[in-house]
Design a protein. Structure first.
Length: 287
């Protein structure tokens, strides 16, 4: 039985892991959030690992308030960099596998073909900068660290675009949604499955798996087309109109294009990835 620590367990990905945990009978999960484990404290993390036999840590904890981070740089870096470094160091000391979740916001969005793991990262926001520094620190401290960058995460849990659009479409007759930002929605349950399948391979076929990987669902869309798909799948009568990003200004600049190339994670871990529309259907059924 492998004991897996899940930090940030009350967030979208943490709750998705809870949802599928029973399908992985060889794993035992220890779920923590800030109240149970302060990952910004190296002493707290060290004590926690010393008291429990942890074989892997999936770090779902993060500062994710993208716009708020522009005025809250210190806390963003504390959670997205310093805490990650703590986990990487302690995992190395205890020979535990660290899986750390990062973001497409490490890219500036100026590319027009899907980003690979070796493409230059050049974040345009404090959030993206803090996440990039965290993933680099984790790998520098512990070369076995697996970093998974993902994009446009949504689920039936927490606050996210899909849930919010569904709610607004029941309340409003008309919505404006930006159409000049392209990326790929990621269903948190699909990401959770990918992580646990990757960990299964790490332990079943030991090798050198450390490094950066990309995971999202397949396909590419805009926020506008994502919203239109939600309207179609829910049967909402609300009209949805496309607008440019300058008509919906935000404190943090978003990448105009952040589609991720997923060939590396598919080849390394033998993953099959669903198209975003298929996964969206499944998520909406569960709401």
């Amino acid at each position: 039985m492998k004991n897996i620590l899940v930090t940030g367990a009350n967030g979208q990905l943490g709750q998705a892991l809870k949802k599928i945990a029973a399908d992985y009978s060889g794993f035992s999960f220890v779920y923590t959030d800030f109240n149970e484990l302060d990952i910004t404290s190296e002493e707290a993390v060290s004590n926690f690992f010393s008291q429990q036999e942890i074989h892997a840590c999936i770090n779902c904890a993060a500062y994710t308030a993208v716009d708020k981070a522009e005025n809250d740089e210190e806390l963003a870096f504390k959670l997205n960099f310093e805490a990650v470094l703590n986990l990487a160091n302690i995992c190395q000391q205890h020979k535990a596998q660290l899986v750390h979740i990062s973001t497409d916001y490490v890219f500036d969005g100026k590319q027009n073909v899907p980003y690979t793991e070796t493409d230059d990262a050049s974040p345009t926001s404090i959030y993206g900068s803090s996440k990039l520094r965290g993933e680099a620190a984790a790998i520098d401290a512990n070369t076995d660290t697996i970093v998974i960058r993902t994009s446009w995460l949504y689920s039936e849990f927490g606050v996210n675009f899909a849930k919010r659009m569904r709610e607004l479409m029941q309340e409003k007759e008309h919505l404006n949604v930006v159409f000049d930002q392209a990326g790929t929605p990621t269903y948190a349950v699909d990401l959770a499955k990918a992580i646990l399948n990757a960990l299964t391979k790490v332990w079943d076929a030991p090798g050198n798996y450390g490094g950066v990987y990309h995971f999202s669902n397949e396909g590419v869309t805009s926020w506008y087309d994502f919203a239109v798909a939600i309207r179609e799948l829910t049967g909402a009568s609300c009209t949805v109109a496309p607008i440019t990003s300058d008509k919906y200004p935000t404190p943090a600049k978003r990448p105009a294009y952040s589609v991720l190339n997923k060939q590396k994670i598919k080849d390394t871990f033998g993953l099959q990835i669903l198209h975003w529309r298929e996964s969206l259907k499944e998520c909406l059924k569960n709401l």
